[in-house]
Design a protein around this ligand. Structure first.
Ligand SMILES: *[C@@H]1O[C@H](CO)[C@@H](O)[C@H](O)[C@H]1NC(C)=O
Ligand SMILES: *[C@@H]1O[C@H](CO)[C@@H](O)[C@H](O)[C@H]1NC(C)=O
Ligand SMILES: *[C@@H]1O[C@H](CO)[C@@H](O)[C@H](O)[C@H]1NC(C)=O
Ligand SMILES: *[C@@H]1O[C@H](CO)[C@@H](O)[C@H](O)[C@H]1NC(C)=O
Length: 199
């Protein structure tokens, strides 16, 4: 009996606990994002507007933004209560775009709407978008897609259009090229070394 109880190793239990946490937390925030998109689309339907479709690239970017916001406290100078024009600007905006392989030329017409709600209570989250200055953007036929990201108390909605400047289409070949160039450069260097060794 004693032997069998000591054969349940503590590290294994800790590992299981970690796995559970790892698996459960993203699911939870994905639920909140999904709820918000559904709520926004109900709002759009009530205004006779088409539903916003999910934009994967905007979703990626919203996640990167949420990561930047998460350490900031909820105050009246951040989020949906922001006085227009005083929004937080990130100096690493280009880096965030490139993390999602996005080209700034394809994001100019998009809209970024951050909100901070303790514990992301669904009803309050939704009203932070539909009953704030953001409602103007949500009530706009120009926007056809959305990506939502969340971290801690922050949830970010990024709206996209179906025209190139707001499409959030992945970067053109120019943005992707450096990787390929690097690889072929490396290959030719290796090939060069090989040829030198052969001669
Ligand atoms: C919504 O659109 C329908 C059909 O186009 C129209 O009959 C109705 O009046 C519109 N409702 C509102 C609230 O605009
Ligand atoms: C934020 O709140 C503080 C204290 O409650 C107030 O003095 C300040 O004017 C508020 N700022 C804005 C932008 O509403
Ligand atoms: C937005 O969320 C905050 C909580 O951070 C809440 O105090 C505020 O009433 C909400 N605003 C709207 C318009 O729902
Ligand atoms: C939505 O936009 C239309 C057209 O600009 C406007 O007539 C309507 O009052 C707006 N509704 C809301 C709830 O903002």
């Amino acid at each position: 009996m004693a032997a069998s109880s000591s054969s349940l190793p503590l590290p294994l239990l800790l590992l299981l606990l970690q796995l559970t946490l790892l698996l459960s937390s993203p699911v939870q925030s994905a639920d909140e994002e999904e709820n918000l998109l559904q709520g926004i689309n109900k709002y759009r339907t009530s205004l006779n507007l088409s539903a916003l479709s999910e934009n994967k690239n905007a979703h990626c970017f919203a996640g990167e933004l949420a990561d930047q916001f998460k350490s900031q406290p909820c105050t009246n100078t951040t989020g949906a209560d922001t006085v227009p024009g005083t929004e937080t600007q990130f100096s690493n905006y280009p880096d965030l775009l490139s993390k999602c392989n996005l080209d700034i030329m394809n994001t100019r017409d998009g809209v970024i709407m951050p909100a901070c709600v303790p514990n992301l209570v669904p009803d309050i989250v939704l009203s932070n978008f539909t009953e704030s200055q953001y409602s103007q953007s949500l009530n706009d036929t120009k926007y056809t897609g959305a990506g939502i990201g969340s971290e801690d108390n922050w949830i970010i909605v990024v709206l996209t259009t179906n025209t190139p400047p707001g499409s959030f289409a992945p970067g053109t070949s120019a943005a992707v090229a450096p990787k390929i160039v690097f690889t072929s450069h490396l290959l030719s260097v290796l090939l060069g070394v090989f040829l030198v060794l052969l001669s």
